[in-house]
Design a protein around this ligand. Structure first.
Ligand SMILES: [Zn+2]
Length: 256
C-alpha cells in the first residue's frame, strides 16, 4: 500500500481534482487501510472501524480496491525535448508513476538555488492558454483554491503540453508571449516558479489529448479527464528509454 503523507498531498494538489476527484478524500481511506495493516489487537480493530466509517462518510466506496486515480499507460505520440533551456540539469521530483494524480511530471532545475531556470517549449506548438498573473505560493491550500499560473501548447500531433507554476509575468511580459502565438521547440516560455499550489520551485509538466470542445476549465485543468484518460506518458527524445524517472538527473537539449 502506498504511503500518502499529508505533506505530499500539499505538493500534489497543484493539479486537477475540483469536482472530479479530491485527493485528500480519496487518500484518507488509503492511509487508514495502511494503519490497519500496521496495527494489532484493539488498535487494529479501532483503525478498521474508523476506516470503514470514514469510507462510508466520505462516500468513496471503491477506495479500498482502486488507486486514487487511474494509472496512465498510454504513451505520448510525440517524442519531446526536456522543457528546460539547453544545458540545464534537471531532476525528477515525481515521475508519471509517482505523481498524484498520475501521468504528470514534476521537474526541478538544478542547482535549485541557481534559478530562475528557463522553461522552454518541448516541441513546436501554438499557445492555447496562458495565465501568469498570479504571484502567490499556496502550499497547503485546498485544491479548489489553487491559483496556478499555466501555459498550454498544442502540437500538430494533436497533443497538448502543460507548463505550470511559472513565475508571475515571465511568460507574458518577459517572454512576450500571448495566446495564439506559435513557438518553436526550445523557445523560452517563462521561468520556473512556485506559484499556486506548489511546495517548492518546480515545473509541473504534462502531455494530454484534450477534448475538442472545452478542453480545459477556467483554472487550466483538463476537462473530461476523470480517470486520467486524456493523459499520455511523456516520451523524451534525449532520454535513454524515453521516460524520465523519479530522483534521476537529466540534461536538457534539443532533439536531433
Ligand atoms: Zn505536479
Amino acid at each position: 500500500m502506498r504511503d500518502l503523507p499529508a505533506e505530499k498531498f500539499e505538493f500534489e494538489r497543484d493539479a486537477r481534482t475540483k469536482g472530479r476527484f479530491d485527493d485528500r478524500k480519496a487518500a484518507m481511506p488509503y492511509a487508514l487501510v495502511d494503519a490497519v495493516g500496521r496495527g494489532s489487537g484493539v488498535t487494529r480493530i479501532l483503525y478498521k472501524y474508523v476506516a470503514v466509517l470514514a469510507t462510508v462518510t466520505i462516500g468513496i466506496s471503491p477506495a479500498f480496491s482502486q488507486p486514487p486515480e487511474g494509472r496512465v499507460s498510454r504513451q505520448s505520440e510525440g517524442s519531446y525535448r526536456l522543457p528546460y533551456a539547453d544545458g540545464t540539469t534537471l531532476s525528477v521530483f515525481d515521475d508519471a508513476d509517482t505523481h498524484r494524480p498520475g501521468g504528470a511530471l514534476d521537474l526541478i532545475g538544478e542547482p535549485r538555488t541557481g534559478g530562475p531556470h528557463r522553461i522552454v517549449a518541448a516541441a513546436d506548438g501554438t499557445i492555447m492558454a496562458l495565465v501568469d498573473r498570479y504571484k502567490e505560493k499556496q502550499s497547503g491550500r485546498a485544491a479548489e483554491l489553487c491559483r496556478n499560473n499555466y501555459l498550454w501548447l498544442s502540437h500538430v500531433n494533436g497533443e497538448w503540453t502543460l507548463h505550470s507554476h511559472m513565475r508571475s509575468g515571465s511568460s507574458s511580459a518577459k517572454a512576450g508571449l500571448k495566446v495564439g502565438d506559435k513557438v518553436r521547440a526550445g523557445q523560452y516560455l517563462g521561468d520556473e516558479g512556485d506559484v499556486g499550489c506548489a511546495m517548492l520551485s518546480h515545473l509541473h509538466f504534462e502531455v494530454a489529448v484534450p477534448t475538442a470542445e472545452g478542453p480545459i476549465d477556467a483554472r487550466g485543468f483538463l476537462t473530461d479527464n476523470v480517470r486520467r484518460e486524456r493523459m499520455r506518458l511523456p516520451r523524451f527524445c534525449s532520454v535513454a528509454g524515453e521516460y524520465v524517472r523519479k530522483d534521476t538527473r537529466y540534461t536538457a537539449r534539443a532533439c536531433k
